[in-house]
Ligand binder design. Structure first.
Ligand code: PRX
Length: 673
């Protein structure tokens, strides 16, 4: 790595930020990076020293095998150590660091009149009460608890309560459908489901409990449901109390299974002895889309995940004691797990926890919140930036954003226009933009700038974080040096990398380690420029990234082919001005089927109902036939080109029937139906 020589394209860290930063310049980054890769043992042991260990490690900081040809893949961190993640992110601050009175979260509801403040002491009490309730429900160490909640404090309470008693949480994004929830509850074999009566999305009131009940009903239909208790937060009442909205919400109720959160918590003791866990005991499962269509239960374990999310948070946001940090992600995704719950709390940080959406009740909502809480570090997604850019400067100018020091993005490549708008309009030209590349599987940032150290190139996630060794491989698995483009892989683990796919170690090995033995394969394409900067070029598998959410072609296709009129379906992505990518679907109808607007509407609904609103297709095209190779494989490359109206088709020699392509181009959808 060298400091680039092209100053006109570079954005250098502001000197006031450098003055007392954790990593104050590029030289210190290089030095610490060198230490972290040359002597990872010493590097991670230093990091571990900041935490509480009931029993110290007996094994090395990291042990691993990344080579399938040499045996089973494994990663272990701090073998022999015993600790508790919840203790480290809460009790340690309250008991050892006297941070009890410090604000852990400013909770801001969907509407601006709903807000509350939670200190570290209060958080600890709520977590202990919830932990005792779970124990009373029969939850034991190692049991799984599914959590299907909106962005309310109870979401954090229940995650940490699980961590405290050694239960494994599986948070399911509250925008997922009953079918998606059922699939995840069944795979995890959860014994308890935590949910709420309702969730607000702007003006819209969604009966979450009804969806949860449908999911549990579906689980029962498929096997005997593992869920014995359902803990329900009465969220709707908070809104109706103030008289703001008075809808006739009917909460379906099962007397044998359902328990109101408030009633259960009321008499629950405020103390709960943490369960002292082995370093490699599971902390949580989080499902992410897989290319076969069946979601993958990514499993993270306690000690390594704690060290890694804590350290990345500290350095990537250059955390200071008096910061107010805000990550706009939903905790239903990994960004929220690592950088709303665990990373910030491990650092004793003060965060904003926001339930709402960026455009309700007005398009300046984000900027209003930044002013209200004097947010200094702001972390969001390119899709949100592109959405807000459309409203221009005016909504920004109504609010004072001078508290901001660092802004960050995650989830997808950021286009140059969005980067510049974020940097110049939101960050007012003085805040570095940390473009963080990582995955559910990586647990935390793996390629990222450090705000006071790394000269930025808009659109590049720049350099590896400490302890991370990226490499770029060609199709033959050869490592490429210098300027290169190919498969992004990692040569060795860092403490926060996933350990397995829940109950499917074989799929774990096949998905991430089989293609190139000796490397973790990310599934992303990547370019390294002459200055050593890494540029993510997008997915190289059948995964699509819509508004920063990964989804597989297979899962959307399965939803479409379930419709009685559809014989076959193929789904690809196409660029979208706000979402980054959107879904473009090709459907071949069964004989006698008629392709018309009502069928298109029905198919969109089918996908929404099966997966959730985030997967709603933008385009559905009639495809009398799909382009296939002679061996019958769908040529998605061609479909992508039809979707984009790109007629530069290249080599079509493997195509069975070239006429199909012409027909597809002639029937393209130009506008969303
Ligand atoms: O394709 C990459 C893209 O998002 C994928 C990971 O998605 P997920 O597991 O849902 O986690 C998202 C939040 C960490 C990656 O394989 N991606 C994520 N961050 C970036 C990105 N692509 C480009 N630049 C990024 N900063």
């Amino acid at each position: 790595m060298v400091v680039p020589e092209t100053p006109n394209k570079m954005y250098y860290p502001p000197s006031d930020l450098q003055r007392d930063a954790h990593v104050p310049n590029f030289h210190s980054y290089l030095e610490a990076y060198r230490k972290s890769t040359e002597d990872p043992e010493a590097f991670w042991r230093d990091v571990a020293d900041d935490f509480f260990w009931k029993k110290p490690a007996t094994g090395p900081m990291l042990q691993y095998n990344f080579d399938v040809t040499k045996g089973s893949i494994f990663v272990k961190c701090m073998e022999g150590a015993k600790s508790n993640v919840c203790y480290n992110v809460l009790d340690r601050h309250v008991k050892e660091k006297e941070l009890g009175e410090k604000v852990a979260y400013y909770w801001e509801g969907n509407s601006p009149d709903q807000h509350t403040t939670i200190t570290y002491s209060q958080l600890l009490i709520q977590v202990c009460r919830c932990a005792n309730v779970l124990k009373q429900m029969g939850v034991k160490k190692g049991d799984r608890v599914s959590i299907y909640l909106p962005m309310i404090p109870e979401l954090v309470y229940s995650m940490l309560a699980c961590a405290r008693i050694g239960a494994v949480h599986s948070v399911v994004f509250a925008g997922f459908s009953s079918e998606s929830l059922c699939e995840r509850v069944m795979d995890a074999q959860s014994v308890v489901l935590v949910t709420a009566d309702a969730v607000y999305r702007g003006e819209k009131l969604i009966n979450l409990k009804q969806i949860a009940d449908e999911a549990l009903e579906k689980c029962r239909g498929k096997t005997s449901s593992s869920v014995t208790k359902c803990l329900v937060v009465k969220h709707h009442a908070r809104r109706t109390k103030g008289g703001a909205a008075c809808s006739k919400l009917q909460t379906p109720w099962n007397m044998d299974r359902d328990v109101w959160w408030d009633e259960a918590i009321r008499g629950s003791p405020e103390d709960c002895e943490p369960e002292w866990m082995d370093a490699e005991d599971p902390l949580f499962i989080l499902y992410t889309s897989g290319s076969t269509g069946k979601p993958k239960g990514v499993l993270h374990t306690g000690a390594g995940y704690l060290l890694y999310t804590s350290l990345t948070f500290k350095y990537v946001f250059d955390h200071r004691r008096d910061d107010v940090y805000w990550c706009t992600a939903d905790i239903g995704w990994i960004t929220g797990h690592s950088y709303i719950t665990y990373g910030p709390l491990a650092n004793g940080a003060t965060s904003v926890l926001f339930e709402g959406i960026p455009v309700y009740p007005h398009v300046g909502r984000y900027w209003e919140i930044i002013e209200k809480y004097q947010v200094s570090k702001f972390y969001t997604a390119p899709t949100a930036i592109r959405l807000l850019m459309k409203f221009g400067r005016e909504p920004l100018q109504k609010f004072d954003l001078s508290s901001l020091k660092i802004v960050g993005t995650v989830g997808e490549p950021i286009n140059s226009e969005a980067w510049h708008w974020f940097h110049e309009e939101v960050g007012q030209g003085r805040c570095p933009v940390v473009d963080t590349f990582w995955q559910t599987e990586t647990g935390g940032h793996v390629l990222t700038p450090l705000p006071a150290a790394t000269p930025l190139k808009p659109g590049s996630a720049t350099f590896p974080f400490f302890g991370v060794e990226p490499s770029i491989l060609n199709e033959h698995g050869e490592e490429l040096e210098g300027e290169a483009e190919g498969y992004l892989v990692f040569r060795r683990p860092w403490p926060g990398i996933m350990r397995t796919l829940y109950r499917n170690h074989e799929r774990f090995e096949n998905t991430y380690f089989k293609k190139f033995p000796g490397f973790y394969v990310t599934g992303d394409g990547c370019r390294r420029d002459k200055d050593g900067y890494y540029w993510i070029t997008g997915r190289i598998d059948d995964m699509m990234n819509v508004s920063g959410h990964l989804m597989s072609s297979a899962e959307v296709e399965a939803a479409l082919t379930e419709h009685s009129a559809v014989a076959e379906a193929a789904v690809v992505s196409r660029p979208h001005a706000v979402k980054g990518e959107c879904l473009y679907c090709f459907v071949t109808l069964k004989d006698g089927g008629e392709f018309n607007p009502s069928l298109v509407a029905a198919l969109k609904t089918a996908v929404r109902d099966k997966i959730g609103p985030i997967a709603t297709p933008d385009f559905i095209q009639n495809a009398p036939a799909l382009p296939k190779t002679r061996s019958g494989k769908i040529m998605r490359r061609i479909l992508r080109q039809v979707a984009r109206n790109d007629k530069d088709l290249g080599d079509l020699s493997t195509l069975a029937d070239p006429q199909v392509v012409e027909i597809l181009f002639s029937q393209r959808c130009e506008t969303t139906a």
